[in-house]
Design a protein around this ligand. Structure first.
Ligand SMILES: *Cc1c(COP(=O)(O)O)cnc(C)c1O
Length: 371
């Protein structure tokens, strides 16, 4: 009797298993949530204060202020610095659009500068050309978890704000992200290296005055109940999310080490494949490996071939902010490096719970597709 050839074993590798952190820590997380529910304290309070102290310590900054999202962290940092209508803010042309939206939210104008072809991070020389008399700040993104060239960017003059939404515990010259400029903005969106189970964010800074202003702004501009000193907003970190983040923070360094191990294996297994560009080497900095992003001239074909092999990939990001509907009307010059990233970048699966067998399946599939 003729038998059909057995089907090839198919890897089923998601880009990120976002629920795996909960499954690993279910007991601790359930206990932390129950503690908040039983406390009767559902807005700010000691869980938020404890997380803020722990996050500031992790980032080696004097302050961390918990807010509602990464976008709000950026927006409130800009507002507290006095950036608003009439100002320009230099932003990278290759980033998640929230970097730009924060500038728009305070009434200032985002001015795009092109990125480095090797790293995808803001190019200090391009940023320098974008600075003018109305520049209120420069926002640098530590894209994919790799620290931007903060020394060169700080030297440009305007206050440097870090968009550290992808860079939890990344470090440059031994200092963690969040403490590399005047203020750092973090997102704890579920898919980030440190993720809540909903929206959450924080601003870090060593500047006492700035920290005080952000605390004021996030809570209706109020220090004492019904005394409203400035027209603030409601952007408070939720205590349930703070309690969850406190549990997960204890595992973040180990999770980041696992990400670095996966990145090293990818580098090892994928070096030298025709047409495939791997992330630039780390140099002296320590990336958080939020994403492992390769480049290929036939990116969409590679993604389709990997999908057929059961490997899920994503594109961070397919459209540069200045090409999106939100900013199409703005006059932005050519951004050739940013646009090349948008055309060619592809994010391979990476995450602290990705198993060795899955990593090997990704390596084998990429080798097959590019070989
Ligand atoms: C995730 C992200 C943000 C926005 O964070 P939210 O918490 O979703 O508002 C901003 N900038 C970058 C680079 C991001 O990756």
């Amino acid at each position: 009797m003729a038998t059909a050839a057995p089907p090839l074993p198919r890897a089923r590798v998601p880009h990120l298993d976002v629920g795996a952190g909960y499954r690993e820590l279910r007991g601790e997380i359930d206990a932390a949530v129950a503690r908040v529910l039983a406390s009767g304290r559902y807005i700010l309070g000691e869980e938020v204060e404890a997380f803020e102290a722990e996050w500031a310590a992790a980032c080696a900054t004097s302050h961390a202020i918990g807010v509602n999202s990464g976008l709000d962290a950026l927006t409130l940092a800009l507002r507290a610095l006095g950036v608003g209508r009439g100002h320009e803010v230099v932003v990278p042309a290759h980033t998640f659009i929230a970097t730009w939206l924060a500038v728009s939210a305070v009434g200032a104008t985002p001015v795009a500068a092109d990125v480095d072809g090797r790293t995808g991070n803001l190019d200090p020389a391009a940023a320098a050309r974008s600075i003018g008399p109305r520049t209120g700040a420069v926002v640098a993104v530590h894209l994919y978890g790799r620290p931007a060239d903060v020394a060169a960017l700080r030297a440009l003059g305007p206050p440097l704000i870090e968009d550290a939404a992808q860079a939890h515990l990344a470090s440059a010259a031994g200092r963690p992200a969040g403490g590399l400029g005047r203020a750092g903005a973090f997102s704890f969106y579920p898919g980030k290296n440190l993720g809540a189970f909903g929206d959450a964010g924080a601003v870090t800074t060593d500047d006492d005055v700035l920290a005080d202003e952000i605390r004021l702004l996030r809570n209706y501009g109020s220090r004492a109940k019904y005394a409203h000193d400035v027209p603030g907003v409601n952007s408070r970190l939720d205590p349930i999310q703070a309690a969850i983040l406190r549990v997960k923070l204890r595992h973040l360094a180990a999770w980041n080490r696992r990400r670095a191990q996966i990145a090293a294996r990818y580098r090892d297994g994928l070096t030298g494949l025709p047409g495939l560009t791997l992330p630039a080497p780390d140099g002296p900095d320590s990336p958080a490996w939020h994403l492992f992003v390769v480049r290929h001239a036939r990116r969409d074909a590679l993604a389709a071939a990997l999908a057929a092999d059961g490997i899920e990939t994503l594109v961070h990001y397919p459209v540069a902010p200045h090409r999106s509907g939100a900013y199409r009307a703005a006059a932005t010059g050519a951004m050739p490096e940013a646009e090349a990233w948008c055309r060619e970048c592809l994010s391979l699966p990476i995450g602290p719970h990705l198993r060795d067998a899955d990593v090997e399946a990704v390596v084998a599939a990429v080798r097959r597709c590019c070989g």
